[in-house]
Design a protein around this ligand. Structure first.
Ligand code: ZN
Length: 221
């Protein structure tokens, strides 16, 4: 990858937006039973009409991690006595991601997947989550968590949510809920990637308790 981002190095490089060719499209049909057809937007074959969510796939993220630090590494946070990574009782796993000598935690789960695919999904999801703590692809974060198979992108089986309200008020509601759910770190990380005017306009809509929690978790980069 030699593009605009290449004038940055180290952790600063990790924060640079991904070029368009490294952003994949996840089709999500507006209804589960939409008839399938050839899609002009992504070239795939899936239920139409559909909305498309942008995401950075495992290969593109790995490419960026290697450009940032060829010696980057991840490991499970905990290993069992039999030498296998410890999964939590929700099928998720915490990992440590180390880039340029800095280690941050990430959490991944497999969504609806089961079996061997689920393990790969847990790892990919945890790496995306941990890399986001370094600022990677933060601009895409507000589009929600993604559980995709890179070989064959499939929409998750869930209620169609075609429109995401990006108004400050709607963002404030989501941020407040995220903090209430105990994920102030994620909420602060996402917010810190917005432009200053947007942060200001959302900030004034938050209650004091939410503001305090966000301040405590604001990324110190
Ligand atoms: Zn498509």
């Amino acid at each position: 990858m030699k593009n605009e981002a290449s004038k940055f190095t180290g952790l600063e490089l990790l924060r640079q937006p991904f070029p368009a060719h490294q952003i994949s499209k996840l089709p999500r049909p507006t209804r589960k039973d939409n008839p399938k057809g050839k899609c002009n937007e992504c070239g795939g074959y899936h239920g139409l009409p559909a909305v498309h969510l942008d995401y950075v796939g495992h290969a593109a993220l790995t490419d960026r991690l290697l450009d940032t630090d060829p010696a980057w590494a991840w490991e499970p946070l905990a290993m069992s006595e039999s030498g296998l990574p410890v999964m939590d009782n929700m099928g998720g796993m915490w990992i440590k991601l180390t880039v340029c000598g800095v280690t941050r935690l990430g959490y991944g789960h497999a969504g609806d997947k089961i079996g061997g695919d689920a393990i790969k999904e847990v790892i990919g999801d945890a790496l995306r989550n941990a890399a986001m703590r370094f600022g990677a692809a933060l601009d895409l974060w507000h589009k929600g968590d993604l559980h995709v198979d890179e070989d064959e992108p499939k929409p998750r089986a869930r209620q169609a949510e075609p429109e995401i309200d990006l108004s400050p008020k709607a963002r404030a509601i989501r941020i407040t809920q995220g903090v209430k759910d105990g994920d102030a770190e994620n909420a602060a990380a996402a917010m810190s990637g917005w432009d200053a005017a947007l942060i200001d306009s959302v900030w004034t809509l938050l209650d004091k308790a939410t503001q305090d929690k966000l301040t405590a978790h604001w990324p110190k980069v």
